[in-house]
Design a protein around this ligand. Structure first.
Ligand code: ADP
Ligand code: MG
Length: 626
C-alpha cells in the first residue's frame, strides 16, 4: 500500500484519542487553559456526564479576535516560544498547557464554540468548530461579567468518533470523574474560586482563598476532602536539595479502600505519578493492611528544569531528574511525620464509636451496642466525627520517663513488652490520669482496658495494642542487632506433624534471630529452648503451629524478617497479653505507658485502631447533660 499523509482532521481525531479520552480529560484541558489564562473564577457546567454538554467559563486574559482561529489549530500555543533555529525549552515550562493540542482535538470530535473577550478589548468574538470543520470568527455580545474572559462550550463530545462514544462509562461515572478532576485542580489552586454544576445542580463550590500556601490551602483541602481530614492528618514541610514537599499525610487509622484518595501535585500540576505512589505505599507499608490506602495530599515543588513534564499526552505523569532524591524525601518525610504522630488514632474512630452507642441504639442490650461499635471501627466511616482524640505530642515526649520496663525507645532497644513493669516509684494513680491514655480503671470481657483520662475515658483493645507493641519492639531490636531471648527453665517439647516440624526446623536460623530457639527432637517433636523475651510467658505450642501456617503461606522465597508483620502477629497472639487474659492493674497501666512511648501504637498492624477515646463532653451529651 502506498504511504499517504493523513488529512488534518484525521490527525486531530487520532490525537484526541490520547488527549481527551473521556469527558473528564476534556474538562481538565479546559480548566487548565483557564488557569493558564490567569483566571480567578472558573465555572464548569455539564450535562449528561459532560457528553451532551461541557462548558467552562473563566475571567482570565481572554483571546483576541485574530488569535481565535489560531487557538484551534494543532500545535498552536501561546505558552512556548521557539528560539532561534526553532528550538523550544521543554524543561522550562511554567504553564499547565504547552502542547497546543487540546482545542483542536476537542474541535475534531465535538461541536466546539469559543466565546472570548480579551481583557480591555471592547467586544467579544466567537468561533465554532464542528467535527473539525472551522467556521469564521463572528462578533457576539458579551454576557460574561467583568472586563473579559472566555467561555468554551463543548457539545456532543465524541459525536464525530462513534467508536469512542461506545467506550464511555455511565453518565454517572463520567460525572464522578469530572467532579474528581475539578476537585483535584481546585486543591492545587486555593487562590481560584471554582464551581461545578451538573444539570443545573451544584456539585462542588469553593470560594477563592487568601494565603494559598498556608491557611488557605488547609481550608481548600477541607472544602474538597471534608472537615475530618485536617484533624486526622499531619502537616508536612520538608526540603531536600532543591525539592520541597508540603501537604498533609492522613493518619493510618483514617484509611480508605481505594488509592483514589491520594492527591499528588508536582509544581501545581495534579499527577498520578508511579514514583510518588510507590513512595507513599512504602511509607505506610507496615501501618496498613494491603487492601487499605491512606488519604494524602502531597505537593512536590522543584525547579522546572528538575522535572520533565512532557512524558505523557495527558501530562498526568512526570519524570524527575533525580528520582531517588524525590522518593527519599517523600518516604522520609512521611515516615517521620507518622512516627511523630505516635499513638494518635483517627478522630473518626471515636466518632464511629459514639455513633454506635448513641441513644437510637439504646433499645439493644448493651453487649450488642458494643458489637456495633466494633463493626463501626472496622468499617471505617467518614461521618459523625463528634469524638476527639487528644492532640498528640509531636514526638513521644513520654518516651523517656515512663516506667523502667516501659520501653524507653530513646536509649537503645527496649527490654520487654511483657508488661511486668511496676508503676514508676512515686507515680500515683491520680497522676496517671494526666497521661494521654490515662489511668487504667478496669478490664472488661478480659479484652478491653477502660482507663480514665483528664477529660474522658479510653477503651483499649489489649490484644491489638500488644500486637503493635511487639511488632515495633521487634523492628527496633532487629535494627539494633538482635531480639533478646529468655531461656526456658525446662525446655518445652511440642509435638507437631513430622512434615510441619521439618518445615519449621528448616527456618530455625531465622527464627533464632527473631528470638525463638528451637531444635529437632526426633519425629515430629520440636524442643523450644528460648523464646523472645518481650513476649513474656507464651503458649509455645500454639505459637509454633501458627508459625508453621505462616511459613506455609509465605512460601520458601520469603525471609521471615521481611514478613515480620505476619510473624509478629503470630507470636504476639500467643504472648502474654492476648485477648481473654486477665490483666492486673499494674500490667494494664504498663501497657498504656508503653503505648504512649511507642511509635504507631494508635493502630494495630492492620490499621485498625488500638484504642478509642471518648471525651467527657461527648459522654455528657449522650446522657443529655449538655
Ligand atoms: P495549550 O494550552 O497547550 O497552549 P490549547 O489547545 O489548550 O493548547 O490552547 C491553545 C491556545 O489557546 C493557548 O495557548 C491559549 O493561548 C489559548 N487559550 C485556550 N483557552 C484559553 C482560555 N480559557 N483563556 C485564554 N486563552 C486561552
Ligand atoms: Mg491547553
Amino acid at each position: 500500500m502506498p504511504i499517504r499523509r493523513l488529512p488534518p482532521e484525521a490527525v486531530n481525531r487520532i490525537a484526541a484519542g490520547e488527549v481527551i479520552e473521556r469527558p473528564a480529560a476534556a474538562a481538565k484541558e479546559l480548566i487548565e487553559n483557564a488557569l493558564d489564562a490567569g483566571a480567578r473564577r472558573i465555572v464548569v457546567a455539564i450535562e449528561r456526564g459532560g457528553l451532551a454538554s461541557l462548558r467552562v467559563e473563566d475571567d482570565g486574559a481572554g483571546i483576541a479576535k485574530d488569535d481565535l482561529p489560531i487557538a484551534i489549530e494543532r500545535h498552536a500555543t501561546s505558552k512556548l516560544v521557539a528560539g532561534e533555529g526553532g528550538d523550544v525549552d521543554l524543561l522550562n515550562i511554567a504553564t499547565l498547557g504547552f502542547r497546543g493540542e487540546a482545542l483542536p482535538s476537542i474541535g475534531a470530535v465535538a461541536r466546539l464554540t469559543i466565546v472570548s473577550r480579551a481583557q480591555g478589548a471592547g467586544e467579544a468574538w466567537r468561533i465554532d468548530v464542528e467535527g473539525g470543520a472551522v467556521r469564521p470568527v463572528s462578533p457576539i455580545a458579551w454576557t460574561g461579567g467583568g472586563a473579559g474572559g472566555t467561555k468554551v462550550d463543548v457539545r456532543d463530545l465524541f459525536f464525530a468518533t462513534p467508536a469512542r462514544l461506545k467506550f464511555m462509562k455511565s453518565e454517572r461515572a463520567e460525572t464522578m470523574a469530572i467532579t474528581d478532576m475539578v476537585k483535584r485542580l481546585a486543591m492545587a489552586r486555593p487562590d481560584v474560586a471554582f464551581a461545578l454544576e451538573s444539570e443545573g445542580r451544584v456539585l462542588f463550590r469553593a470560594s477563592a482563598e487568601a494565603d494559598p500556601e498556608g491557611e488557605g490551602r488547609r481550608r481548600r483541602l477541607a472544602a474538597v476532602l471534608g472537615a475530618e481530614f485536617a484533624p486526622n492528618s499531619i502537616a508536612l514541610d520538608q526540603t531536600r536539595g532543591a525539592v520541597r514537599l508540603t501537604g498533609f499525610a492522613g493518619l493510618p487509622t483514617f484509611h480508605r479502600g481505594t488509592r483514589e484518595h491520594q492527591h499528588l501535585f508536582v509544581n501545581g500540576r495534579p499527577v498520578k505519578d508511579k514514583l510518588i505512589v510507590g513512595a507513599v505505599r512504602a511509607a505506610y507499608q507496615d501501618l496498613l493492611a494491603r487492601d487499605r490506602h491512606p488519604v494524602v495530599a502531597l505537593f512536590v515543588d522543584l525547579p522546572s528544569e528538575e522535572v520533565d513534564q512532557n512524558v505523557h499526552p495527558a501530562k498526568t505523569e512526570v519524570r524527575f531528574r533525580d528520582a531517588q532524591l524525590v522518593r527519599g524525601l517523600i518516604v522520609g518525610a512521611l515516615s517521620h511525620a507518622l512516627a511523630g504522630a505516635g499513638h494518635r488514632a483517627s478522630t473518626t474512630t471515636a466518632g464511629a464509636a459514639l455513633g454506635a452507642i448513641r441513644p437510637h441504639f439504646a433499645p439493644q442490650p448493651p453487649l450488642r451496642a458494643w458489637q456495633a461499635a466494633e463493626t463501626a471501627l472496622t468499617d471505617f466511616q467518614f461521618d459523625a466525627p463528634s469524638g476527639r482524640v487528644f492532640s498528640a505530642p509531636s514526638s513521644p515526649v513520654y518516651g523517656g520517663g515512663v516506667g523502667d520496663g516501659g520501653g524507653a525507645e530513646a536509649g537503645g532497644p527496649p527490654q520487654s513488652a511483657a508488661l511486668t513493669a511496676p508503676p514508676r516509684a512515686g507515680e500515683h494513680d491520680s497522676d496517671a490520669v494526666f497521661f494521654p491514655l490515662g489511668a487504667a480503671r478496669a478490664q472488661v470481657h478480659e479484652t478491653y482496658i477502660v482507663s480514665q483520662t483528664e477529660d474522658g475515658i479510653v477503651i483499649v483493645d489489649q490484644h491489638a495494642a500488644h500486637e503493635r507493641l511487639v511488632y515495633e519492639r521487634m523492628k527496633a531490636h532487629l535494627a539494633a542487632g538482635g531480639v533478646p531471648r529468655q531461656a526456658l527453665l525446662i525446655p518445652e517439647v511440642v509435638e507437631l506433624d513430622p512434615a510441619e516440624a521439618e518445615q519449621l526446623l528448616a527456618r530455625a536460623g531465622e527464627l533464632s534471630e527473631l528470638g525463638l530457639v528451637i531444635e529437632g527432637f526426633g519425629g515430629g517433636a520440636v524442643l523450644v529452648r528460648e523464646t523472645p523475651a518481650l513476649l513474656g510467658q507464651i503458649d509455645a505450642k500454639g505459637m509454633l503451629k501458627d508459625l508453621v501456617d505462616d511459613i506455609a503461606e509465605l512460601g520458601e522465597a520469603h525471609a521471615l524478617k521481611e514478613q515480620l508483620e505476619a510473624v509478629c502477629s503470630s507470636m504476639a497472639c500467643r504472648g502474654s497479653v492476648r485477648a481473654g487474659r486477665r490483666l492486673t492493674a499494674e500490667e494494664m497501666n504498663a501497657l498504656l505507658r508503653q503505648m504512649e512511648a511507642t511509635p504507631f501504637s494508635g493502630q494495630c498492624n492492620h490499621g485498625r485502631p488500638t484504642y478509642v477515646e471518648l471525651k467527657l463532653a461527648d459522654i455528657e451529651r449522650l446522657f443529655g447533660r449538655r
